[in-house]
Design a protein around this ligand. Structure first.
Ligand SMILES: Nc1ncnc2c1ncn2[C@@H]1O[C@H](COP(=O)(O)OP(=O)(O)OP(=O)(O)O)[C@@H](O)[C@H]1O
Ligand SMILES: [Mg+2]
Length: 775
């Protein structure tokens, strides 16, 4: 047997070796589903399956990359390169570019992100003279998105009396017209939004049997991770492509289905066995990720859901620590508590920043965490929220680049036609839009032939418009020969963007220039990376494709060592040694908006299951007693999910003592804690503290040496050289002066037990500890 196969257990080996036919693996978190997919692909290749014939669909591009790297380790890089791997969106965008002409799209179509979609929908609502408080842009967008994901085209919409009735009842009778306008305008702009990438793929596969046949023959083996979160549109694509050979392997966990609000359909996993003949069903039961306490606690939660497939999840791992529950007064305290806790773990257990993740229900919760981490000097990265590529200055540059590739791109044009300022006013742009709609041409076309149109603008404006066209055309000429980096650098300068941000040198402008520089660096990296690939050219179109489909997770350069902050939704499939789940409060988690029906509440519970099962070694739950919501300070109650965990797996840490009388419970470490607590329990005393008398420092001591952080910017530089001995007096920035009680280990790994005047006895790793040696 191949050596890598020995890294699987019996239950995992079975589906890995099952080469042909439809199969499903349903198994709980951390049981190795993703690992099986990875090894299965390697095994297929060893069995002689051409990598060109394998399609693997993952939830993020990052997951695809990791899988590919792992497979490359096993089968070799050159072979692994030819695998088709990625998210639904990225794989089918590629196919749509190849087949675009069949659908009447240019192969260089633009991919509109949600910002672009919102702008266009907002413009349409305005142009139609509709009430913007009734037709709210984001609501309209999400409606259109749900139509598309259910494959309801504009035509189908207008044939569906029920839908029309529903929108009329919701006081939005013009919904269908907006939908139609939006689709027309995207089409004219040569643009697809994210949902189009799936909808148009379905259109392609249904309308063109020869195209379907081509891709059915190409993708003889299809594998899908996180199948529980596929929507109807994705389901149909997989169904169609696998129909001929039926070599389809899907893996998933119904208990981790958390995207119903975006159209995911849990029935896809529940009905899989009905969709194909002779489906083999596999189950994995052993969890390799987490401690017993975490696995059992997670099981006790998901048990409360009625709609579920019965599953067993167990682990042979250690018990580990119980799940720690901490109550804080405010979100500020919550942030400080988490930051302190991370800091302590790092110091005491020699951990890296990327061993920690902070997970929350809503993006808004990140701010308090960020503030606290920043104050502690702990590096972090926020995933989700506004991504790098959605920042204003970055979108400005990218819009120029998009327009070079696709001059019909309406949103890109509108964004930069007057940025930097060229004295082309909104009135002129409005006239151009009206003319473009009238002539059924793009705005750029109208501008190009402005002298032959009846657009009513004066000759000065006419010239400004022509100059803009000339500028873009000059970039297009350059694009014929220059690579992406050369072009982008030229555009940033020649467009006037760099000059614009250089004008005032405000801190914001400087930040923006740095971001543009970062973008150019990124493009350079990209060009260099592409040079190694056979079929890539390193031109700007390829870069834009990458950017359009990048999620924040994808930009993670695995090498950088930071605490990860993200919503629970984004954390699916990931794992971290230490996980803090913050904001465990009623109305926040479960969310107030998801408590109306049992099924909504069950989805929230699944979300909690996902959150908890990300943790390998230790999970923390925190909640506050009051929190700002919708601009008001409201009383918060602990989440019902805390109560739902079997108590034997919990360690409720809220102390009963007044923290101010107990230095170990200083607000710095635990936040401002309140005397009484509903559930608990005994005060926290630490053994060393109980028996060691409080340290009182002798007077008039001066620093003679510094350990660890003498070089404050570089924690990793160890300057400890043996000047510490038992009995030495040291000073710590937070704990004050202290006496060394014990030393253990050598060099940078030396651990010191120190009795401090503030905080009592602490174990510190000298590599990290900021200590002045006083004597
Ligand atoms: N047989 C095994 N031996 C050792 N480690 C394993 C084994 N199987 C899986 N693991 C490890 O356990 C962890 C969880 O595996 P994996 O991510 O594949 O689980 P999963 O079922 O996909 O989880 P999730 O449901 O969260 O997506 C990973 O770190 C993986 O490397
Ligand atoms: Mg997985």
């Amino acid at each position: 047997m191949e050596k890598y196969l020995s890294q699987l257990n019996e239950a995992q080996l079975e589906p890995t070796l099952q080469k042909d036919g439809p199969m499903i693996i349903i198994a709980g978190a951390g049981s190795g589903k993703t690992r099986v997919l990875t090894y299965r692909i390697a095994y297929l290749m060893h069995q002689g399956v051409d990598p060109f014939n394998i399609l693997s669909l993952t939830f993020t591009n990052k997951a695809a990359k990791e899988m590919k790297t792992r497979i490359a380790d096993i089968v070799g890089t050159s072979e692994a390169k030819n695998l088709w791997m990625g998210t639904f969106h990225s794989v089918f965008a590629k196919i749509l570019r190849i087949e675009a002409d069949k659908l009447g799209f240019p192969s260089n179509f633009t991919i509109y992100d949600t910002q672009d979609s919102d702008k266009l929908i907002g413009a349409i609502i305005r142009e139609m003279g509709l009430e913007k408080d009734v037709y709210k842009t984001k609501q309209v967008r999400s409606k259109i998105s749900s139509y598309k994901n259910s494959l309801i085209t504009v035509r189908a919409y207008f044939q569906n009396a029920e839908l029309i009735e529903a929108d009329t009842m919701a006081k939005r009778p013009r919904m269908g017209d907006i939908y139609k306008n939006y689709v027309d305008r995207c089409f004219k702009a040569g643009a697809m939004d994210f949902d189009d990438l799936l909808l148009r793929t379905n259109e392609l596969l249904t309308r063109f049997p020869e195209v379907l046949a081509k891709y059915q023959n190409r993708f003889r083996y299809i594998l899908v991770d996180e199948y529980q979160d596929t929507n109807h549109s994705q389901y149909l694509i997989v169904r169609a492509l696998s129909d001929k050979f039926q070599n389809i392997c899907v893996v998933g966990d119904d208990a981790q289905s958390i995207y119903a609000f975006r159209g995911a359909n849990i029935n896809n996993i529940l009905n899989f066995q009905k969709d194909y003949d002779d489906v083999k069903v596999f189950r994995l039961e052993q969890n390799y990720r987490s401690t017993k306490n975490i696995v059992n606690a997670a099981n006790s939660i998901i048990d409360k859901n009625k709609t579920k497939l019965e599953k067993i999840v167990w682990t042979a791992n250690d018990d580990g620590g119980k799940i720690k529950v901490n109550r804080l007064m405010t979100d500020g305290d919550e942030g400080r508590f988490v930051a302190s806790s991370i800091f302590e773990h790092k110091m005491n257990d020699q951990l890296k920043d990327n061993d920690f993740a902070i997970l929350y229900r809503t993006n808004a919760q990140s701010r308090a965490m960020e503030d606290a981490l920043r104050k502690r000097g702990i590096p972090y990265r926020i995933y989700g929220g506004l991504s790098f590529y959605q920042r204003k200055e970055i979108k400005d540059v990218l819009s120029y680049l998009r327009l070079i590739i696709n001059p019909n791109d309406e949103e890109a044009l509108k964004r930069i036609i007057n940025f930097p300022s060229r004295a082309i006013g909104q009135t002129t742009v409005d006239k151009l839009v009206v003319a473009a709609n009238g002539y059924e041409k793009s705005i750029f076309e109208v501008m190009k032939h402005i002298d032959q149109t009846e657009v009513n603008v004066n000759s000065g404006t006419r010239n400004k418009l022509k100059n803009f066209v000339t500028l873009i055309e000059s970039f297009q000429v350059m694009n014929q020969s220059a690579n992406a980096f050369e072009l982008a650098e030229h555009v940033a300068k020649a467009s006037g963007i760099i000059k614009e941000y250089n004008k005032e040198s405000t801190p914001e402008d400087i930040q923006r220039l740095e971001n543009i520089e970062e973008l150019l660096n990124g493009i350079k990296d990209f060009v260099e990376g592409q040079m190694e690939l056979v079929d890539a050219t390193g031109n700007i179109a390829e870069f834009l494709e990458d950017v359009a489909l990048a999620t924040d997770l994808d930009n993670d350069k695995g090498d950088d060592d930071r605490v990860a902050l993200m919503t629970i939704h984004l954390a699916k499939g990931l794992e971290f040694p230490y996980v803090y789940i913050v904001g465990m409060e009623e109305d926040l988690f479960p969310s107030a908006m998801s408590m109306n029906t049992r099924s909504e509440l069950e989805e929230e519970r699944r979300l909690f299951y996902v959150a908890l099962t990300r943790a390998e070694k230790q999970a923390y739950l925190t909640y506050t007693l009051s929190r700002y919501r919708w601009g008001k300070l409201i009383d918060a109650e602990p989440s019902r999910f805390i109560e739902e965990i079997d108590e034997q797996y919990l360690d409720v840490m809220t102390p009963v003592n007044d923290p101010r009388q107990n230095p170990m419970l200083s607000a710095d470490i635990f936040g401002d804690v309140e005397p009484n607590h509903i559930r608990f329990k005994k005060p926290i005393t630490r053994k060393s503290e109980a028996k060691t008398p409080k340290f009182v420092a002798p007077k008039n001591l001066k620093p003679v040496k510094k350990t660890g952080a003498a070089n404050a910017n570089n924690f990793k530089t160890n300057l400890f050289d043996g000047d510490l001995a038992v009995g030495s007096i040291v000073e710590h920035s937070r704990f004050g002066k202290g006496e060394v009680l014990k030393l253990e280990g050598k060099g940078p790994d030396t651990k010191a037990e120190i009795n401090f005047e503030h905080g009592g006895v602490k174990n510190l790793l000298l590599r990290f500890a900021k200590l002045d040696v006083l004597g």
